[in-house]
Design a protein around this ligand. Structure first.
Ligand code: RFL
Length: 396
């Protein structure tokens, strides 16, 4: 190692990344009495302010209940039970709670989940280090891995550990360090673009998806005075194509709401509408968790929920390995998670195709448009079809 001062230490698990996956895992490991160190590249304010997802599904909420963290994560977070599909201006509602015997999710903006988990980890004496640069796992294919990094003062550190949890998102170092031949990657590009906008305007009564010939649009709550909007756009669209006036005009048109108030836009970004899954989610003593192992389109709202679900499976497996010397659950980690991941990828694909093709005929032609309409109509005429939708919205 090079650098100012080299420090060597050891722990059971090094968690790389303090997003939803890393912070959920670290909190669950603390509940399980398994020692860990979390290394995060960014500063605390940066991590706390990053706004993305908005709904914790029923399965995700249950994870925190089962680990005794419901008071930390769920307190004051309203249930999210109804969804609106606005088809050419006509309102249709589905009540997930009613069709799934009460298995509804919660409105938990991602930055709230992250902020609460972060505070809880630090209050309970957890070891979380921000601004960790050049985080690098070593020797994960062998019996004695280490992780090195450089802190904000320029000191280099080396942490010996039994396991490494790669929770560092799609562009992190964990997956990048695995030999290419050890992982199979499955990718899919939906061939559509999405523009997303965070704005200080009142949220809708219910999460709202609009299906129209002008393209798809959605309006989701992100707190008492904040909304996230999505607008289908050309896959190669740029910010110059979408000045604020065009955004508000298209939202009013697609949501069939000429009185939709506009407000300050805090973020305008293009979402890559693609999916990506690696198999297995493990290489030796390195376990990939959340977006580090798979990304999914925002359609269906499953990215953050899959991160929480993976963390739950891994925390249970690490508890068994560290506290009981039982490595069987770790051996099953990847297969257990991938079963859920593929179910949710399929749900997201189904919803993406249905909500886009049922509106915009130019995407897949008139025949596919009628098929997508039939699929959409069935949600409102068939109990089992609605139930299947509700089941996946609740987290499967
Ligand atoms: P994250 O959130 O990317 O966190 C990774 C963390 O790792 C850190 N990191 C590193 N740390 C140390 N060393 C390195 N070399 C590092 N490289 C990275 C990063 O700074 C960060 O703190 O991954 P994680 O934890 O797996 O969580 C995944 C979720 O964030 C993601 O799936 C969701 O945000 C996806 N998503 C949505 N999911 C939902 O469930 N419902 C939604 O409605 C929803 N909407 C969205 C979304 C994602 C969006 N983005 C990304 C375009 C809306 C948007 C706009």
């Amino acid at each position: 190692m090079s650098g100012k001062t080299s420090r060597r230490e050891s722990t059971e698990v090094v968690v790389i990344g303090a997003g939803p996956a890393g912070l959920t895992l670290a909190n669950l490991l603390r509940q399980a009495g398994v020692e860990c160190v979390v290394l995060e590249r960014q500063s605390r304010p940066y991590v706390e302010q990053r706004q993305r997802a908005g709904i914790l599904d029923h399965h995700g909420a249950r994870v925190f209940e089962e680990w005794g963290l419901a008071d930390t994560v769920l307190a004051g977070m309203p249930q999210e039970t109804r969804f609106e599909f606005r088809v050419d201006g006509e309102q249709r509602f589905l009540d997930v709670s009613a069709i799934t015997e009460g298995r509804s999710g919660r409105l938990v903006p991602q930055q709230v989940l992250v902020g609460r988990l972060l505070a809880r980890l630090l209050e309970s004496g957890g070891d979380l280090r921000f601004e960790a640069a050049e985080v690098t796992p070593h020797g994960v294919g062998g019996a004695a891995p280490t992780v090195t990094y450089r802190d904000a003062e320029g000191r280099t550190h080396e942490i010996a550990c039994s396991y490494v949890a790669g929770c560092d998102g799609h562009h992190g170092v964990s997956r990048a360090g695995v030999p290419a031949h050890a992982l199979t990657t499955y990718s899919h590009d939906y061939g559509i673009g999405w523009l997303t906008v965070l704005a200080d305007v009142p949220p809708p009564g219910f999460p709202l998806m609009a299906i129209t010939a002008h393209g798809f649009a959605a309006h989701f709550p992100r707190g008492p005075r904040a909304s996230r909007f999505y607008l289908q756009c050309a896959p190669d669209a740029t910010a110059a194509d979408w000045p604020d006036e065009r955004i508000w005009a298209q939202l009013r048109l697609r949501l069939a709401d000429k009185d939709l108030p506009d407000g300050p836009i805090g973020e305008k970004a293009f979402v890559e509408m693609r999916s990506h899954v690696v198999d297995p989610m493990r290489y030796g003593r390195l376990f990939l968790v959340g977006d580090a192992a798979h990304i999914i389109t925002p359609m269906g709202g499953k990215g953050m929920n899959l991160a929480v679900a993976d963390a739950d499976v891994l925390a249970r497996a690490l508890r068994a390995a560290v506290r009981e010397g039982d490595e069987e659950p770790l051996a099953a980690y990847s297969a257990t998670c991938l079963e859920r991941v593929w179910q949710h990828q399929e749900f997201s694909r189904w919803m993406t195709e249905m909500t886009h093709e049922a509106g915009d005929e130019s995407l897949a032609g008139p025949f596919r448009r009628r098929l997508a309409r039939a699929r959409l109509d069935r949600l409102f005429t068939s109990g089992p079809a609605a139930r299947a939708f509700g089941d996946m919205m609740a987290g499967g």
